[in-house]
Write a protein that binds this ligand. Structure first.
Ligand code: FES
Ligand code: FE
Length: 431
């Protein structure tokens, strides 16, 4: 049964900071989420550097649906459902590569990299030439747009632009990707692993849950230097549903490894380009399911696989023009900390999986309301940093912004457009 808007609103009370865990486990809510959240939002597909040449492709997902992203002969990017128009079989079974066409291994239909159906075996004698190739191309992703090389797709043709959706979060993304000439690139190879929990637990955590770090990551952080405090950073919520929190600067340099040496060497020039943002150690979520870790060389996508299961896809990000030894060091650092067996990542996976198990098996636990009150004081604001800025590293304003937007999507028949007045009221210091 499709959950009613009244029911959904009874589960998510943003003002009180109370959320029912039903939204993390209920099958009907999950099905509606695939339609109204994943079916209408900008979802990260790939970075330009992953598909530089015509014919380059990358296989990924949008919500639960497999899609292929492909560079076209004219340099543009298209994406389409990775499902044959004949019986829905995957037409691309490779993770990535370069091709002139996609060949369905069930009955042999073939499509070009723009998704057009270009060959059907025995077209004349099997179909008596009554099959229109033109009408049987792959289902296209309605919109493809990119920001600083980050390519996103949207199944909803009516959605506002990607840049409008990213809003003030762009300023913080810029602070990461514009630090040096040439920007960033994504190294080959995606690390993927599965967590038995709801995808939103990971998305909300990256939207600003730095509160968990001193406890969950006590063992790994102990080796990184003194514990941090709220005054060492800030958290920012965005009306579009995004969230970010950051330390103003690294407490200690880890060692004399090539990555630290490179980061130190570039700092002055990076500060000239992006100011204080050059030193941020940050995490963010761009609503709904794209997150990044500026400072840890990592971007990731949360792919839902059911109400209580998701896959983490983790990409290593480096400065494009960094020397090879620094790139290698970034890759090692990203795997060491944020890989599936990383010293930080294993802590998070254990938390999410144990919560997922309680919701899967429990009954009383599903009746409670979780607490999302932290940081529910008015925005403090900052003259330089946009968004609803709060002057503590710890806070859940980003979480509440995420679920406010989630609820708007879940309860709206039409695409829930935001006005500038709504954004301004949300960001206003002291409001
Ligand atoms: Fe693809 Fe039949 S399912 S050709
Ligand atoms: Fe963590």
């Amino acid at each position: 049964m499709v959950p009613s808007s009244d029911y959904l609103k009874s589960l998510v009370d943003i003002e009180a900071g109370r959320i029912s865990p039903e939204i993390f486990i209920d099958e009907d809510i999950y099905r509606l989420e695939l339609d109204r959240v994943f079916g209408r939002n900008w979802l990260f597909l790939a970075h330009d550097s992953m598909i530089p040449k015509p014919g380059d492709f990358f296989s990924t997902y949008m919500g639960g649906d497999p899609v292929v992203v492909a560079r076209q002969p004219d340099g543009s990017v298209r994406a389409f459902l990775n499902a044959c128009r004949h019986r829905g079989m995957r037409v691309c079974r490779a993770e990535s590569g370069n091709t002139k066409s996609f060949f369905c291994t069930y009955h042999g239909w073939a499509y070009d990299t723009a998704g057009n159906l270009i060959n059907v075996p025995n077209l004349s004698d099997a179909y008596k030439d009554r099959l229109s190739l033109k009408d049987n191309g792959l289902i296209p992703v309605a919109r493809i747009e990119s920001y600083k090389g980050l390519i996103f797709g949207n199944f909803d043709a009516t959605a506002p632009s990607l840049e409008e959706h990213l809003g003030d979060l762009k300023y913080y993304i810029d602070g990461w990707v514009d630090q040096v000439e040439g920007g960033i690139e994504v190294l080959p190879g995606v690390v993927r692993w599965t967590i038995n929990a709801n995808w939103k637990l990971a998305a909300e955590q990256f939207a600003g849950d730095t509160y968990h770090a001193p406890t969950s990551h006590a063992s790994s952080l102990l080796s990184f230097g003194p514990a941090f405090e709220g005054k060492d950073g800030a958290h920012v919520a965005f009306r579009e549903g995004h969230g970010e929190s950051f330390l103003f600067k690294r407490h200690t340099r880890f060692s004399e490894d090539p990555l630290s040496v490179y980061n130190d060497a570039k700092l002055e020039a990076a500060r000239d380009r992006v100011g204080d943002r050059a030193e941020f150690v940050a995490n963010f979520t761009a609503f709904p399911a794209f997150s990044g870790l500026p400072g840890s060389s990592n971007i990731r996508v949360w792919h839902p696989k059911g109400p209580n299961k998701f896959e983490i896809w983790s990409f290593t990000v480096v400065d494009k023009n960094a020397p090879p030894e620094a790139k290698k060091a970034m890759q090692v650092s990203a795997s060491f900390t944020e890989g599936p067996a990383g010293v930080v990542e294993t802590d998070d996976g254990e938390n999410w999986g144990l919560i997922g198990a309680i919701l899967e098996q429990g009954h009383q636990a599903r009746k409670m309301r979780w607490n999302y009150q932290m940081g529910d004081y008015p925005a403090t604001g900052h003259e330089e940093f946009p968004g609803a800025y709060r002057d503590s590293f710890f806070g859940e304003a980003g979480h509440r912004a995420f679920y406010r937007r989630w609820l708007e999507f879940m309860t709206s028949e039409e695409w829930p457009v935001l006005t500038q007045e709504e954004r301004d009221a949300f960001n206003k210091p002291g409001a």
